[in-house]
Structure formats: C-alpha cells, structure tokens
Design a protein around this ligand. Sequence first.
Ligand code: UT7
Length: 326
Amino acid sequence: MHARITGCGKYLPQRVLTNSDIEKMVDTSDEWIVTRTGIRERRIVGDDEATSTMAVAAGREALEVAGLSPSLLDMVILATNSPDRITPASAAMVQHALGAPKAAAFDAMSGCSGFIYALVTAYQFIATGAYKNILVVASEALTRVVNWQDRSTCVLFGDGAGAVVVQANEHATDMLSFVLGNDGSGADLLYVPGPCGKLSDTSRDGHYYLSMDGREVFRFAVNALAEASRQVIGAAGLNISDIGLFIPHQANARITQAAIKSLDIPSEKVFINLDRYGNLSAASPAVALCEAVEQRRLKEGDLVVLVAFGAGLSWAAVVLRWQPKA
Ligand code: UT7
C-alpha cells in the first residue's frame, strides 16, 4: 500500500525569550548569538504545558488539515528527547487526549533526527498494509533540561511541536527515498543524563542538564547534513538541482551554510526558521515543514528534502514529492 502525508500542524508556546533577555541571565550578547548561531529568539514551554500537551495541539491541527477523525488513527508515534516522564511513553498521553482509542502509541528517541526516524517508521507500517492512518508528532520541552547558567548551550534551544498525518493511498507514495544512520561512538558528545544511568553518570542534586561538546557536534553536523542529503537524493535517482526545497535541521546557521555550500545549493532553496525558534530538536523539521506549507514554499508536485542530525550521533533524511491531496 502507498502512503502520503495528508496534513501538517504545529504548536509553539506563547512565551518568547529574546537574545537580549538571555543577556541578562548569562555573560553573552545578542551580537555573539546572532553571528555564531543565527538565532534571535526562541519559545519557552509554559508552566502548565509539557511535551505531551504541545504534541496534542500540533496533532489536532494536523488531523483537522487532513480531515481525519482521531478515532480512526491506527498509531501515534511521538518523536521526543524530552518526554514528560521516563515511563509511560508520552505518546500514551497524546493518544488519550486526542481521543484515539484504536491507536497503538509509542515514543521514538533518536536525537534531533527523531521526527524523520518516526516518519520513516510510519511509512513502513502502511507499506505492509498493517495500518492506514498514523499520526507522527515531534515535540520538545528541552528548555526544561537546559542549564540556564551554561552560555554555550542555553542560547541554542527552544520548545515546540510539529505533526503530520500519514495515510494509506492507492495511487503513489510521496516518500521517494530515505536514509537513516547512527554512530554511537559519539553518544557522549550530546546527551541528557537520567536517573537510571550508571551512578557515576547521574545527577546528585536532582538536576539533569543537557551536555554538549559544541565544536565536535558542529564538525559532525556539517558532514552529516551534506552526506545524508547526497545519499538520499541519489537513492531517489535524482540530482541535487531537481530538489525544489531543502528543509535542514535548524541548529546553527553556520552549519547549514557550510553544508549547502558543499552541496552547491542556492540559499533561496533552503527553508530557515531558526532565527525565530532556535533549535527545536526533533520538532525542528516537523515545524519547518508545516511552516513551509503555510508559506506556500511547497506546491503540489514539488520535491523536498528533510534532513536532520543530532544526539546519537544520528542522522536521517527523506525525499518527498509533495502531494497531500488524494
Ligand atoms: O541539534 C543538535 C545539535 N547541536 C548543534 O548542532 C550544536 C553544534 N555546535 C554549535 O552550534 C557551536 O559549536 C556553538 C554555537 C555551540 C558554539 O559556537 P562555536 O563557534 O563553536 O564557539 P566555541 O565553542 O568554539 O567557543 C568560542 C568562544 C569561547 O570562548 P573562548 O574560549 O574563545 O574565550 C566560548 O567560551 O565563545 C565562547 N562562547 C560564548 N560567548 C558568548 C560560547 N558560548 C557563548 C555565548 N556567548 N553564548
């Protein structure tokens, strides 16, 4: 059975934290953050919100756009690196809040590549004929585990959620190719410890802060973005010039610029919302896809590449021929 994305949705929390707000918290400057990262502001999850509540809002919007009742969902996959609780999966809360009693539900954790991992997984369930209607959501509240005294990480991340509905389709599959990868030798370069790790690895004071070797991740990221893009476009039998829109993981403008330069992609073909949201981790490509559709940067039949990298160290990419209408 073929599969297609039939609706996108997103949710960004209301509270905006600008670079000048962060200037009052740590020794940094708007100038440093903008020139070294491209980020101007980010959203911060509200006290009464969480990864699951943002996922529900984004999921609802995607279901409305697709015109699909949640009661018909066969599966909910939630990509996140900041689940509400260690167990159960936050997808369980999302399934219940949406009113999807028939749906299987689980979380997918693959760093910032998680949305694309989850998307590819959804297509496999539809391709086998097992399921017809799947909600893939990516939602992050990583600012809850950012150390607000560490200027090298606290300026980077923001909160939010994006979602797509993937449905069985008789005519054609919109996903032309995919690439998924991981190099666990870099697992220590970007991580959030938890209470169940080795005692030497867990927090003594109840805080579990995100830790990152920025320079090493930067080096990996430029290569991962470029290589995954080359591979996925080649696997679809296409040339880079055939692609209408690139939606890279929004982590650092310098990473994106270096990767698109090595691929010889003109900047007008690259979607950017990093300046407004910072790094949304797994939610980044999902929110960007949703905004590209809203801004009419994607038209019926266009070829689009989604490509991401992140903790793991992981990478993932897909080529889609955008055709959300039946
Ligand atoms: O989605 C997952 C992935 N994560 C990423 O993609 C992050 C990848 N890495 C990066 O984006 C960059 O490495 C950072 C933005 C994290 C850092 O930029 P950088 O150009 O690699 O800076 P750096 O780590 O080499 O540090 C340069 C200087 C240092 O000072 P000294 O040692 O040269 O005196 C840092 O202490 O910049 C300093 N610095 C800051 N200064 C002002 C680091 N953070 C800040 C800051 N404000 N916020």
